[in-house]
Design a protein around this ligand. Structure first.
Ligand code: PLP
Length: 452
């Protein structure tokens, strides 16, 4: 059947159905087969829906702001493939670009003009990325950026922030410990302490802890890496002054400041958080949106730092499929659509603001205490009455309440990210009618939480 954006039909939202009414027989059947072949039945852990206490639904297709599961049920999609689909599913220009690229060949392992075009579009949007290297995922981008920062500075220590996720890079999968300079333990099996003991994890938004850490260990720091607006503990914006202080301290310590804008780049603004705040990092990592739904990542930064990268410099980093023609074609088409529409980010912001405001009203009406964090088209409904400013406060959320909310929303035709600690994404394909239907669905869902 393929991608047919014009196939978006009327949205029928059965928001008052009791849980369990919608059938997921095909999904269930496919998932049982998956579990015998793939660990946990999924190719990325959070897809398994374990945090929301149910089996995942298996997706058949998407168009615009909607997806259909294997049983044919329709959902308003706020997952957006975890961020890339800023234009929704199957945007015609992205699809056409990929089709055209397909006819020219899928991979060459040699330079192409299109990868230069994408690098140029990225640099124009992110002037701090004087040179750009394309890779295949956000994980590859952050892993490579850290290697380059270590090569450039000749130092070892990496400073990160609790609750920030930078992909499954060994050195960055570190348990959020509050001790500033204490030995950090790996968050997962399979990573030697030798690797993570060079990582310092600090609480996000804690300027005092930051100053203290840099006073003690700043001279050993190769880099600090941060999500400048966090999406990966749910949406948590930076407190006023926090990023400024991080910029000041890294500069003073001659450590490389890396903005991990894999999620925020081209999502919150065409030039990312660095354009919105005016805070200029030394290096930036990108992914998600720049691939238009295909696998692309990028890292880049100051020309003197990027001069370390092979073959110009001694830091090795490579990829058989890096700059892949299909992925690059999708990325270029995506950025062109975003770049030519000056009102796009304002419209997204307004629509998401409207949705967020209405969701808060519904929570209030049902008497469910929530905190709603939002920046642009990213938002999270935290099931906690207290402000969420860091990982510790995010963890005060009632995850069982989130699970009940998630399941009721799914049942009513709204597909949210299946964990409390994720951001939901609005796309340009979402309409006022989608918002209206989502708000109606949330009425029953918040009531379901209240009556638990
Ligand atoms: C998603 C994400 C990554 C990892 O990207 P993958 O493409 O999943 O490897 C890294 N950093 C941030 C901020 C992300 O949101």
């Amino acid at each position: 059947m393929g991608c047919r954006p014009e196939a978006v039909g009327k949205i029928i939202i059965a928001y008052s159905l009791p849980e369990g009414t919608v059938k997921h027989d095909r999904s269930s059947e496919i998932f049982q087969r998956a579990r015998r072949l793939i660990p946990g039945g999924v190719n990325s852990p959070v897809r398994a829906f374990r945090a929301v206490g149910m089996e995942p639904i298996v997706i058949g297709r998407g168009a615009g702001a909607h997806v259909w599961d294997a049983d044919g049920n329709q959902y308003i999609d706020y997952l957006g493939s975890w961020g890339p689909l800023l234009l929704g599913h199957c945007h015609p220009e992205v699809i056409d670009a990929v089709r055209a690229a397909l006819d020219r060949g899928t991979s060459f392992g040699a330079p192409t003009e299109q990868e230069v075009d994408l690098a140029q579009l990225i640099r124009e949007a992110f002037p701090s990325m004087e040179k750009v290297r394309l890779v295949n995922s956000g994980t590859e981008a952050t892993m490579s950026a850290i290697r380059v920062a270590r090569g450039f500075t000749g130092r070892t220590i990496v400073v990160k922030f609790e609750g920030c996720y930078h992909g499954h890079v060994d050195a960055l999968l570190v348990k959020a410990g509050s001790g500033v300079a204490t030995l950090s333990l790996p968050d997962t099996a399979g990573i030697p302490e030798d690797v993570t003991r060079h990582t310092i994890a600090l609480p996000f938004n804690d300027t005092d802890a930051l100053r203290d850490a840099f006073q003690r260990r700043g001279g050993e720091a190769a880099c600090a890496i941060v999500e400048p607006v966090v999406g990966n503990m749910g949406c948590v914006p930076p407190a006023p002054g926090f990023l400024e202080e991080l910029r000041r301290l890294t500069q003073q310590a001659a450590a490389v400041l890396i903005f991990d804008e894999v999620m925020t780049g081209f999502r919150l603004d065409y030039g990312g958080v660095q354009r919105l705040t005016g805070i200029v990092p030394d290096m930036t990592t990108l992914g998600k949106v720049i691939g238009g739904g295909l696998p692309v990542g990028a890292y880049g930064g100051r020309a003197d730092i990027m001069a370390q990268v092979a073959p110009e410099g001694p830091v090795y980093q490579a990829g058989t499929l890096s700059g892949n023609p299909l992925a690059v074609a999708a990325g270029i088409a995506m950025l062109k659509v975003l770049g030519r529409d000056p009102g796009l980010y304002t419209r997204l912001d307004r629509l998401t603001e409207q949705l967020a405001g209405r969701l808060l009203e519904e929570a209030g009406r049902a008497g469910v205490p929530v905190t709603l964090n939002r920046r642009g088209s990213m938002f999270t409904v935290f099931f906690t009455p207290r402000p969420v400013t860091d990982y510790a406060s995010a963890k005060t959320s009632d995850t069982a309440a989130f699970g009940a909310f998630f399941r009721a929303m799914l049942e009513a035709g709204v597909y949210l990210p299946p964990s409390q600690f994720e951001a939901a994404f609005v796309s340009t394909a979402h309409t006022d009618a989608d918002v209206e239907a989502t708000v109606r669905a949330s009425r029953g869902a918040f009531e379901a939480v209240a009556h638990k």
